[in-house]
Design a binder for this molecule. Structure first.
Ligand SMILES: [Zn+2]
Length: 114
């Protein structure tokens, strides 16, 4: 989504390793029988969507004078163009993730990011 600052990584030494090498310390997760058979599901939580994170951000926004924008985002309205957010408009996981951070609709994200 956001462009990478190449100056920050230009002095890094890149080392290419094989998939086998990169996975050597990885332990497979021992899922229960119920999960493997599809009887139970595994829910993966993203740190960006954790409730505490959202509330903390909201408090900062309220204090810095973005109270109106916070209310709009809470009501699923894009704070830039004031249109109702429709989750089906998002193009993919990256756009959805950006929405959980900024509350911007897909159109405004398209305008804002390269
Ligand atoms: Zn918008």
């Amino acid at each position: 989504m956001k462009s990478i600052n190449l100056n920050k990584i230009k002095d890094k030494v890149l080392k290419f390793i094989s998939t086998q090498e990169s996975l050597k310390d990885i332990e497979p997760i021992q899922w229960s029988k119920d999960v493997l058979s599809g009887k139970k599901k595994v829910v993966v939580y993203n740190s960006n969507t954790k409730k505490e994170g959202i509330y903390m951000n909201e408090n900062i926004m309220n204090k810095t004078g973005f109270k109106k924008e916070v209310e709009l985002v809470k009501n699923n309205i894009c704070p830039f163009c004031n249109t109702q957010i429709r989750l089906e408009d998002f193009r993919g996981a990256i756009s959805l993730k950006e929405f959980t951070i900024s509350g911007l609709c897909q159109d405004c994200q398209n305008d804002l990011f390269d």
